[in-house]
Structure formats: structure tokens, C-alpha cells
Design a protein around this ligand. Structure first.
Ligand SMILES: *Cc1c(COP(=O)(O)O)cnc(C)c1O
Length: 376
């Protein structure tokens, strides 16, 4: 990693990634393969580093959302199979073929457009079925029949897999999940009548694969849980597998001062010291994804909780300290210090969102550090 000068960083514990993959490996059947989902720069953890660690730890394949994200992995020398979940424009499909990247499709028109410009090496595709997510995918038997006819004619396109995605696999109520499963089985029955070459089937994300391991087909798509985060409160409480969070966020005090009672802190002068107080400044702000709405949440200093006071600025944030601390004292914004922890879920709850969103919004300006010397 390039040298960085600012004392603010995210530590990514790659051993935790390995641990989490081991946990799911022990849970799912032997023949079920693991696709490590590293879209959105590995959920903000660093796609290349996570992908390499995941492959070393027993993942068999990788998945991303965009063709660009697949190319980043190929450019780093990764040769494992990569599936792109999103729709790639027919005009760009040759880039995938040249780089041995598998694409997702779900439209007959897409197949026909791609088949117009056959490449020498065949394009590998997985077909997406919409069994109840309502996002992308083939929905009806008529659509499926028409697509298979078009596929039969498209000689340069090889169907390798079929998948669907669950909308509610992380929830306690399982009606919708069961409906999606039976819809998948219906479409699968029709497909198998009309198609003879072998394909792999995969349906499960982190929630489905950890909660219903016996229902997984040939593979799982393992995302959030690989990063050590539970897909929902329900799964966290159920605890079907043990997970270790990989992401922690740290900074250091760059200024410490004592202010007198009545002094105000930051824009708008919204915070007023109730007594003489020690105030510390840390170099992280909303431009780093440490959003203004996080005003008031605690951070950890010396193993103790200290609140963020006053408005969060673009590049800096103030905290109220319980005593004087030297410049360069470590401040943990997400993670553990001693017995105290500010979890990703705590930050997500504060922001009224889900843990998935938090590492994704910690911006590129925050260097991701993988060395174990940074371990907290
Ligand atoms: C993001 C994504 C996943 C991973 O989901 P997690 O809940 O993070 O495990 C799996 N499949 C598809 C199609 C996705 O877009």
C-alpha cells in the first residue's frame, strides 16, 4: 500500500476473512462451492486483498457487480472464475470474453444482441431468475422458453449456471423465502426438460447459506458474513455461524485542549461545555464517510467511551475526553479497545441503516491497512 501521512486508517483483519469462510465451509455440504462476493471494492474492505485471502481460505470463485470490478481483479493477477452480477451492455461483452469473465443475463434481446458479434472464444454466462426479489431476472415460463430458444441458436454463448436471489432470507418469517424456493424449483423443472447440458445452480447469499445450508444447490454467494457481519438482527441473534468482523476504523488525537465552561465547539456553536472540559480533535470527517449524523456517538480512547461533540466537519471531528491525553493517542471509531466495542452494527443503528452500508461509505480517502502490526 502507498504510504499515507494522515493518522486515520481502516484496519482490515484478513485472518477474520479466513475464519469466516471456514465457518461457512463447515456448515454447507461438501459439494457446495463458495463464491466470495467482493463487489463494491470488497464491501469497502479492498477487493483484491479480500479476494486473494478468500481464495486461499477455501473460496472457489469470485463475484462482483460490475465489469470494471472484475477487471480490477484480473489486473491484480487473479485467475479464479469471476461472475459479474450486473447487466453488461452487449457492446462491452468482448471485454469480458477477452478476460475470461462470466456474465449474468436475463433478457432474450441481450442474447440476440451479443450473438450478433460472436467472439472466437465462447462467452460464459449465468442466467438470473427472478423468483420474488423483483430486481432483475427471468420471471415467467414463457420468458424462459423463449430465452432457451434464443440461447440454442447463439453458438458462441455457453450457459454455465443459473441463479436466483432471496429478498427475505435474513428475516424470521420464512413464507416469502419458501415461495421463492418453490418458484425456483418450478422453473428448474421446466429448464431441465428443455436443456441437457449441465449447469450449476446457486441461490443462497450469506443469510440463506448460513440459515438453510441443506437447501443450497451447487454453490453459495457469500458476501456480508465473509466480512464478519451478520446480515440482520435476526441472524445475529440466531447465530447460525460464528463470525469475526474484519473491519475496524481508527484515528489519532491531533490536538488536545482544555476549554472553559460555556465554550462552544464546531460549526453552529451547537455544543457548549457544561464545565471545564478536555476536548480532543481527530482528523476524520464526513468526506471520509464519517457522516454528520454520527454527532453524539461514542468513540474509544484508552479503552473508554468518549462522545463526539459538536458538528462533524468535512475533515475533522471533536470528542470530549475524560482527562488529558497526549497527541497521537489512538482513537477507535469502529472496533474494540480492551473490553469496550463500537461495532459496525452500533454505527449502522445510529444512522438508521444496515451494517452493509457502513464500510461502503467509508471513503477511499481512508487508507485500508492489512499489516498485522496495526491490529488493535
Ligand atoms: C451482493 C449479492 C450477494 C451477497 O449477499 P450477502 O447478503 O452480502 O451475502 C449475493 N448475490 C447477489 C446477486 C448479490 O448481489
Amino acid at each position: 500500500m502507498a504510504h499515507f501521512y494522515r493518522p486515520t486508517w481502516a484496519h482490515i483483519d484478513l485472518d477474520a476473512i479466513g475464519y469466516n469462510i471456514n465457518q461457512i465451509r463447515k456448515t454447507i455440504p461438501k459439494h457446495t462451492s463458495i463464491m466470495a462476493v467482493v463487489k463494491a471494492n470488497g464491501y469497502g474492505h479492498g477487493a483484491v486483498q479480500v479476494a486473494k485471502k478468500a481464495l486461499e481460505s477455501g473460496a472457489n470463485k469470485l463475484a462482483v457487480a460490475l465489469l470494471e470490478e472484475a477487471l480490477v481483479l484480473r489486473d491484480s493477477g487473479i485467475t479464479a472464475p469471476i461472475l459479474v452480477f450486473g447487466r453488461v451492455a452487449p457492446a462491452d461483452v468482448h471485454i469480458a470474453t477477452q478476460n475470461n469473465i462470466t456474465l449474468t443475463f436475463f433478457q432474450k434481446e441481450w442474447l440476440e444482441a451479443v450473438a450478433l458479434h460472436p467472439s472466437e472464444t465462447p462467452l460464459e454466462v449465468h442466467m438470473k431468475w427472478d423468483t420474488g426479489m423483483g430486481r432483475v431476472g427471468v420471471r415467467t415460463e414463457e420468458e424462459l422458453t423463449a430465452i432457451l430458444e434464443a440461447l440454442q441458436k447463439a453458438k458462441n454463448i455457453k450457459l454455465k449456471g443459473i441463479y436466483t436471489h432471496f429478498a427475505t432470507a435474513d428475516e424470521a418469517a420464512c413464507d416469502h423465502f419458501n415461495e421463492q424456493n418453490s418458484r425456483f424449483q418450478q422453473l428448474k423443472a421446466l429448464f431441465e426438460k428443455k436443456w441437457s447440458s449441465p449447469v450449476v445452480y446457486h441461490t443462497g447469499n450469506s443469510a440463506a447459506s448460513s440459515r438453510y445450508p441443506e437447501k443450497m444447490y451447487d454453490g453459495i454467494r457469500f458476501g456480508i458474513a465473509m466480512y464478519g457481519l451478520y446480515p440482520s438482527q435476526t441472524t445475529k441473534v440466531e447465530h447460525p455461524i460464528d463470525l469475526k468482523p474484519a473491519f475496524s476504523l481508527h484515528s489519532r488525537l491531533i490536538h488536545v485542549k482544555k476549554v472553559e465552561k460555556g465554550a462552544t465547539i464546531s460549526y453552529g456553536a451547537t455544543y457548549e461545555a457544561k464545565t471545564d472540559e478536555w476536548i480532543g480533535t481527530i482528523p476524520i470527517g464526513y468526506a471520509d464517510g464519517w457522516l454528520r449524523k454520527l454527532q453524539g456517538i461514542d468513540v474509544l480512547v484508552n479503552g473508554k467511551r468518549m462522545p463526539i461533540v459538536g458538528r462533524i466537519c468535512m475533515d475533522q471531528t471533536m470528542i470530549r475526553l475524560d482527562q488529558h491525553y497526549p497527541i497521537d493517542t489512538k482513537v477507535t471509531l469502529i472496533g474494540r479497545q480492551g473490553r469496550e466495542e463500537i461495532s459496525m452494527d452500533d454505527v449502522a443503528t445510529w444512522l438508521d441503516t444496515i451494517n452493509y452500508e457502513i464500510p461502503c461509505i467509508i471513503s477511499d480517502r481512508v487508507p485500508r491497512v492489512y499489516d498485522s502490526e496495526y491490529k488493535s
